[in-house]
Design a protein around this ligand. Structure first.
Ligand SMILES: C[S@@+](CC[C@H](N)C(=O)[O-])C[C@H]1O[C@@H](n2cnc3c(N)ncnc32)[C@H](O)[C@@H]1O
Length: 265
């Protein structure tokens, strides 16, 4: 196998490239990134960062593999439950008018957030045909996991035993979500900085939790500006409590006991 050459400048070039493409700022994790990249490059028999960056820009499949490698996908069921409940109560109010309520989870990682919303919707009795949840993520391996819907014990740690019995089928040591009980759900591999985001249509509610923590100020602002374009008038967006949300006059910040959200003006 070839040795992979990677000077500090090479590494910074790669970090800049991935940031430009995906928003993820890997500078504080550069040692981890260096090790991951070196291992990947060896496996692919690539001996220089120059070649690797060139392939990243011109080879779609190669780029996807690298993005799958560098993104951080930590998630679990019922994470920041207050917000999920708040979003679902709002969806319930909207569904009473008879329209189909559209929710976007961007990003959805391996799907736990989407299925948590599905479980909460069912629990409060929202008609499953009046709710559509779309989950998107830049990581195609995670989208594959979403579609399979199989989760380990750690992932379902916040699910009550009674809920586990209703919404999951035990498969060896894992839990498979019962898709048939869920509202309308779809998953797609989409980079929020790609214009395919705008082809998804308009949403009543967006959840974008724990993605902007990896972005710098410029990309955080770009993110919320892009979401404003796919949010209906007075639509809501929920960010994670650790996300830094830049000021933007496209939204009003609503501080609510059940969960802070941003309402499109
Ligand atoms: C820590 S997870 C958060 C998942 C879930 N929302 C939650 O709070 O549990 C962050 C996810 O953001 C995704 N991501 C990062 N950059 C993205 C981008 N530009 N477009 C879409 N997804 C992205 C990653 O692949 C990762 O799965």
């Amino acid at each position: 196998m070839s040795d992979f050459e990677c000077s500090i400048n090479d590494l910074l070039e790669f970090i800049e490239l991935t940031k430009k493409y995906s928003g993820n700022d890997l500078i504080s994790k550069k040692e981890i990134v260096k090790n991951k990249i070196a291992h990947f490059a060896k496996h692919k028999k690539i001996d220089s960062m120059h070649t690797l960056c060139g392939k990243f820009q011109h080879d779609k499949i190669f780029r996807q593999e690298l993005l799958n490698l560098i993104t951080i996908n930590e998630t679990y069921f019922m994470r920041e439950l207050n917000q999920l409940n708040s979003a679902m109560q709002y969806a319930n109010t909207l569904s009473i008018s008879g329209n189909t309520v559209k929710i976007l989870c961007a990003p959805c990682s391996s799907g736990e957030e989407v299925y948590s919303l599905g479980i909460l919707a069912k629990t409060i009795g929202i008609d499953k045909y009046r709710l559509k949840i779309t989950g998107i993520d830049i990581n195609s391996n995670m989208i594959q996991k979403c579609k399979e819907g199989i989760y380990n014990e750690r992932s379902v740690k916040n699910i009550r035993q009674s809920q586990k019995e209703i919404y999951f089928k035990k498969v060896n040591f894992d839990y498979k979500i019962k898709q048939e009980l869920m509202p309308m759900i779809e998953f797609k591999t989409i980079n929020i900085f790609n214009d395919s985001l705008f082809a998804l249509g308009q949403f009543d509610i967006i959840l974008s939790r724990n993605m902007m923590i990896y972005f710098d100020e410029n990309y955080r602002l770009l993110t919320i500006e892009r979401f404003a374009k796919i949010l209906k008038p007075h639509g809501r967006i929920y960010f994670g409590s650790a996300d830094l949300v830049p000021y933007c006059d496209l939204y009003n910040k609503i501080i609510d006991l059940s969960g802070t959200y941003y309402e499109k003006v």
